[in-house]
Design a binder for this molecule. Structure first.
Ligand SMILES: Nc1nc2c(ncn2[C@@H]2O[C@H](COP(=O)(O)OP(=O)(O)OP(=O)(O)O)[C@@H](O)[C@H]2O)c(=O)[nH]1
Ligand SMILES: [Mg+2]
Length: 321
């Protein structure tokens, strides 16, 4: 494993950036995607005076090209079609407002994450290689700390020695405890240790980092099932969530990946990472609508603070507004 791989991203240099609001982070994270979606909508309606069928079809194509997913783009334009009057004059500003409203409604109608219940919570992060699981574990820990909760990280990616070191670096920076074992250890045993320690120390949140895996690797999927059994037994009565981390830069491939993954292992929600590095963030809409899985958080950068909640209205406004 190269030295470079061991590095964790530096803290955001500017304190004002670290402390920036939900809205500021979301807008910054969606900057490239906003430009993409905005330009596609502009191109679709350019030079058109009326909102007729042909314009709607152009719009549909533009939204599909902006990674919103075919089904979702069709649904969205169908909503517009329904209340467009014959040869209505096209007002671009009004059209965008309507798209924001319709998209917000579609997203509000998609499954929403389970609210945090009182009592301890264990979060298992799963996903394919390199999507951002370990970084997300650190981000969730930072968030829990900010909420005044006691956090424990569990290094259940025992596949690579570097993975344990990477999580340990984050733990040091965040000043939280990490439970780990030697390389090659059974990840379920690490989770067992972590839950025992959590109970002994009165921890509020345990965040479990796991190794990257493809849904096709049966033994690795069985490993997740074993971890789940340990959690069911050792954290009985705790709130549990299994979150699938997806890489937004892969666009529609992230949707296909998630579809395959959830066939092998049940997940409770999605974290869409790396939104800041892509114009394909429209894929969040496809994920919410087409996978019928709640998006819980969005990753908007490499630092521990770069995580925002997924809020349908705000997301639609930041995307299209
Ligand atoms: N720009 C950006 N980079 C991110 C984000 N999340 C993670 N990364 C970067 O993506 C790379 C991979 O992140 P990791 O957290 O190591 O991914 P992983 O899923 O744990 O990888 P494996 O353990 O190898 O499967 C790192 O360079 C991270 O800094 C994000 O939201 N935005
Ligand atoms: Mg990792």
């Amino acid at each position: 494993m190269s030295e470079e791989r061991l590095q964790i991203a530096p803290e955001s240099a500017a304190p004002e950036r670290r402390k920036s609001s939900f809205w500021g982070k979301l807008k910054r994270g969606l900057l490239m995607t906003h430009t993409e979606v905005f330009d596609r909508v502009e191109a679709a309606i350019e030079g058109r005076a009326v909102l007729d069928e042909e314009t709607l079809e152009h719009l549909e194509e533009g939204l599909i090209a902006a990674d919103l997913g075919v089904e979702t783009a069709l649904e969205l334009v169908d909503e517009l079609r329904r209340d467009v009057k014959q040869r209505e004059a096209l007002d671009p500003l009004r059209l965008r407002e309507r798209l924001v409203d319709e998209m917000a409604l579609l997203l509000l109608d998609a499954p929403r994450p389970a609210p945090r219940r009182p009592g301890p919570l264990v979060t298992l992060l799963v996903g394919v290689n390199g999507v951002g699981k370990t970084t997300t574990a650190a981000k969730l820990a930072r968030r829990a700390l900010a909420d005044g909760e006691r956090v424990l990280l569990a290094a259940a990616d025992t596949f690579r020695a570097a993975a344990v070191e990477q999580l340990t670096l984050w733990a040091q920076r965040l000043e939280v405890d990490v439970v780990k074992q030697g390389p090659g250890a059974d990840p379920a045993a690490v989770v067992f240790d972590a839950l025992q320690a959590a109970r002994a120390r009165g921890v509020d949140q345990v965040i479990v980092d796991t190794a990257g895996r493809l849904h096709t690797k049966d033994h690795l999927m069985a490993e997740l099932a074993k971890i789940k059994r340990v959690i069911d037994r050792e954290a009985a009565g705790w709130q549990q969530r299994r979150l699938l981390v997806l890489d937004a830069t892969t666009g529609q491939n992230a949707v296909a990946q998630a579809r395959e993954f959830v066939r092998s292992v049940a997940v409770d929600g999605i974290i869409l990472a790396k939104l800041d590095g892509t114009a394909k963030g429209g894929v969040a809409v496809a994920i919410a609508r087409e996978l019928r899985l709640p998006i819980v958080y969005l990753g908007v950068g490499e630092a521990a603070d770069d995580l925002v909640e997924f809020r349908p209205r705000e997301f639609a406004a930041a995307l299209l507004g």
